[in-house]
Design a protein around this ligand. Structure first.
Ligand SMILES: *Cc1c(COP(=O)(O)O)cnc(C)c1O
Length: 383
C-alpha cells in the first residue's frame, strides 16, 4: 500500500475504534420536516430549516425564476463579472433587517467567518474566542495569524481578565462568539460582551447563524439585546432562510473594506443567483408572517417542559449523553421510533459531551413533539 492510503487507512481505523468515524448518509429531504433515508420516512429534528422555507412554494419559485433568468452559476468572482444585481438587493434587505448601514454576501457562513476575521485582525493583534464558538470562527481566527486567546463559555469576567492582561500589547483586539451556540442552543451575553469590548477598545463579532429568522421577530439574537452595538454581525442564509450563503452586516466602511480585501470574497465565485433570490423570497415570507418566526422556539419550549429539561433559549435543545457510542445508540433507538435525531460527537463537541442535538421547526406536529419528549425523558440526566 502507498504511504498516503496507509495514512488514511490508519486514521480511519482509529476513528472507527473510538466511535468517531463519520459517514455520509444519502437523505432526501421532503416537505414538512420529513426526510427519507434507506427507504424509510423519518420526522427530522436534525435540520436547521427552522421555518421550512427551503420547501416554501414562493421560495422555490423565486429560485427557479432566477436560475432561468440569470443562469445556474455566477460565472466569476463578484469583483470580476460575478456581482449579480440580486446581491445588492439582498445586501440592502439584510442591512435593513439587522439595522446596519451595509452588508456583504459570502458563499456561505463558513466563508464569511473565514474572510471577515483575517480582514480585521493580523499578526500584531489578538482574537479572543468563546471556547464553544463554531469551527469556522476558529478557522478565521487561525487564518488571521493573530494571537488567539480562548475565554470560558459565556464568561464575561474571564474575557475581561484576558483583555486586561493582553490588550495593551496588541494593536487591535477582536472578540468573536456565536450569538446562539450551535451545539448548545444557549445565547451569548451580547450586552455584557459589548460593554467589555467598549471598555477595552475591542471589536465584537457575533455569529447569528441560528438566530436570524427565529429569535426576536426574525431579527436574530442581537435583537434580544436592543440598543447593543455589535459592529461585526455575521450570519447565514442556509438555516432559517432556507437557502445557501453567508453574510456580514456592519458599517459602510467595514463592508467596503470586506468587499475589497476579504479573500473569501475576492478569490471565490459569487453565490448562485438562485440562492440570493431564494433568500430574498424567504425574507418576504418572514416579513409577511412574523408569527411564523416565533414557532420554533415555542415548540422547543413545549418539548423541554415535557422532557423535564430547563426551558429552551432557542430552537436548539441539547440532551447530553456523554460517551460517543452511547449517543449513537440513543440516536438509533429514536430512529427505530421514526425520529431522525443525529448524535453529535467530538470534535464538534468536547470529549465526554456527546449528545442528541434536537432542533425544532415551525412545521413539527405537536403530537410528535410530545411523543419524542416521552422517548427522550429517560436520557435526561438529573441536575
Ligand atoms: C452553521 C453555522 C455556520 C456555517 O454556516 P453555513 O452557511 O452553513 O456555512 C457558521 N456559524 C455558525 C455559528 C453556525 O452554526
Amino acid at each position: 500500500m502507498n504511504s498516503l492510503d496507509a495514512f488514511a487507512g490508519d486514521k480511519l481505523s482509529a476513528l472507527e475504534a473510538a466511535s468517531l468515524l463519520r459517514r455520509l448518509k444519502p437523505t432526501r429531504r421532503l416537505a414538512g420536516a420529513w426526510v427519507e433515508r434507506d427507504g424509510r420516512r423519518l420526522l427530522s429534528f436534525s435540520c436547521n430549516d427552522y421555518l421550512g422555507l427551503s420547501h416554501h412554494p414562493a421560495v422555490i419559485a423565486a429560485a427557479q425564476a432566477a436560475a432561468a433568468e440569470h443562469g445556474a452559476g455566477s460565472g466569476a468572482s463578484r469583483l470580476i463579472t460575478g456581482d449579480n444585481p440580486l446581491f445588492s438587493q439582498l445586501e440592502a434587505r439584510l442591512a435593513e433587517l439587522k439595522g446596519t448601514q451595509a452588508a456583504c454576501l459570502f458563499g456561505s457562513g463558513y466563508l464569511a467567518n473565514a474572510g471577515v476575521i483575517p480582514t480585521f485582525a493580523g499578526p500584531r493583534d489578538i482574537v479572543l474566542v468563546d471556547e464553544l464558538a463554531h469551527a469556522c470562527i476558529w478557522a478565521g481566527a487561525q487564518l488571521s495569524g493573530a494571537r488567539i486567546l480562548t475565554f470560558r463559555h459565556n464568561d464575561v469576567d474571564h474575557l475581561q481578565a484576558l483583555l486586561t492582561e493582553h490588550r495593551a500589547s496588541a494593536r487591535h483586539a477582536l472578540v468573536a462568539t456565536d450569538g446562539v451556540f450551535s451545539m448548545d442552543g444557549d445565547i451569548a451575553p451580547l450586552d455584557a460582551l459589548s460593554q467589555a469590548c467598549k471598555a477595552h477598545d475591542a471589536w465584537l463579532l457575533s455569529d447569528d447563524a441560528h438566530g436570524v429568522g427565529v429569535l426576536a421577530q426574525g431579527k436574530g439574537s442581537a435583537a434580544l439585546f436592543p440598543g447593543v452595538d455589535i459592529p461585526l454581525q455575521v450570519g447565514t442564509l442556509s438555516k432559517a432562510l432556507g437557502s445557501y450563503g453567508g453574510y456580514v452586516c456592519g458599517s459602510q466602511a467595514v463592508i467596503d473594506l470586506l468587499k475589497t480585501r476579504a479573500r473569501t470574497v475576492i478569490y471565490t465565485t459569487g453565490l448562485p443567483p438562485a440562492s440570493a433570490a431564494a433568500a430574498l423570497a424567504a425574507l418576504d415570507v418572514i416579513a409577511a408572517d412574523p408569527a411564523l418566526t416565533a414557532l420554533p422556539l415555542a415548540k422547543a419550549r413545549a418539548f423541554t417542559a415535557a422532557a423535564g429539561l430547563p426551558p429552551a433559549a432557542s430552537p436548539i435543545v441539547p440532551v447530553i449523553i456523554g460517551e460517543a457510542q452511547a449517543a449513537l445508540d440513543a440516536s438509533r433507538a429514536l430512529e427505530a421510533e421514526g425520529f431522525l435525531v443525529v448524535a453529535i460527537r467530538p470534535p464538534t463537541v468536547p470529549a465526554g459531551a456527546a449528545r442528541l442535538r434536537i432542533a425544532f421547526s415551525a412545521e413539527h406536529p405537536d403530537a410528535e413533539i410530545a411523543r419524542l419528549a416521552a422517548l427522550v425523558r429517560p436520557y435526561v440526566q438529573a441536575p
